[in-house]
Write a protein that binds this ligand. Structure first.
Ligand SMILES: Cc1cc2nc3c(=O)[nH]c(=O)nc-3n(C[C@H](O)[C@H](O)[C@H](O)COP(=O)(O)OP(=O)(O)OC[C@H]3O[C@@H](n4cnc5c(N)ncnc54)[C@H](O)[C@@H]3O)c2cc1C
Length: 264
């Protein structure tokens, strides 16, 4: 049997206090990854702190140059937001392509980022759009947030509160999806941001990463042809029953070209 305490927090302060007090306590967001991990006995927390009753962690705030999304905002809410569709269409379409209806209606942006699954979609948006992950303790730049497979810069006791996405000049996210789960076999977000061109790749390796060579070529010439001959080395890429490392390397170039072509 599972032996853990369950607590539904009604404020961020209450969740922070419970997390600090509970030895081996874990936050519960949409449960789409955590509940599966519990069932598989991969995680055995002493206490689950449910964030779903905390109003301040939900919602989408539109500002002149950025969109800030609360950590407990569900993927479906981001996908159907008219403002996100208008200002960062790449982000709305990425959220709309996550999993199936149930996953989109339960899963949250905060949970997806804290989990940092190597095949998840949101890491590509955060890294590719140069977003900032805001926690109960600090603001973490995208380039500092993703540390490795299922690993982030989050410290013990840290809770993601929201994510701020600067509105890009143009961007697109294209993924070659696993037909069963819809996770990314390879997904690429290409963007022209205020700080320059960014190309972020998910699904291909143990953690989301940027492709500097493509960014340089696209800065000089924003066109699919500019990156047609650029490929990432297969050496460090994932190889599994779905795709070999060499095939993933090929897909990175193809998805990146399509992303540049469709960016708006
Ligand atoms: C069948 C299926 C298909 C899927 N397909 C896709 C897909 O195509 N693309 C994709 O990207 N994802 C996919 N997912 C994953 C989905 O997006 C999940 O929503 C996501 O991985 C976890 O979010 P969650 O809100 O459910 O978090 P939970 O499962 O509740 O939590 C995940 C982890 O994050 C921690 N956490 C949660 N919230 C916070 C917070 N605010 N601050 C700090 N830590 C926090 C938890 O403690 C836990 O360790 C799929 C899942 C399933 C079950």
């Amino acid at each position: 049997m599972y032996a853990f305490k369950y607590r539904k927090a009604d404020s961020l302060a209450a969740a922070s206090a419970a997390l600090a007090a509970g030895e081996d306590a874990k936050l519960l967001a949409g449960g789409q990854s955590l509940i599966a991990a519990l069932k598989l006995r991969l995680s055995a927390p002493s206490e689950l702190i449910d964030l779903s009753g905390i109003a301040e962690l939900r919602g989408i705030k539109i500002e002149a140059s950025a969109i800030t999304i609360g950590a407990m905002t569900r993927h479906a809410e981001v996908a159907r937001s008219k403002e996100v569709q208008a200002k960062i269409p790449a982000l709305a379409s990425l959220a709309g392509g996550i999993g199936d209806r149930m996953v989109r209606n339960m899963g949250t942006i905060g949970g997806a980022l804290a989990h940092n699954d190597p095949v998840a979609d949101y890491p590509a948006a955060v890294l590719g759009l140069d977003a900032t992950v805001n926690t109960n303790q600090r603001n973490i730049a995208a380039d500092e947030f993703f540390k490795g497979m299922f690993e982030t810069a989050l410290e013990a006791g840290e809770i993601i509160v929201s994510v701020s996405f600067p509105i890009p000049k143009r961007a697109a996210y294209i993924k070659f999806k696993n037909p069963a789960s819809r996770y990314a076999i390879v997904g690429v977000l290409a963007a022209q941001t205020a700080g320059g061109v960014r190309v972020a790749v998910t699904g291909a390796a143990s953690c989301v990463f940027r492709v500097a060579e493509m960014e340089k070529a696209l800065t000089a010439n924003w066109s699919p042809e500019a990156i047609a001959a650029i490929s990432v080395p297969a050496d460090d890429l994932n190889s599994d029953m779905h795709a070999s490392a060499e095939y993933r390397a090929h897909l990175v170039t193809v998805m990146a070209r399509r992303a540049v072509e469709s960016a708006k």
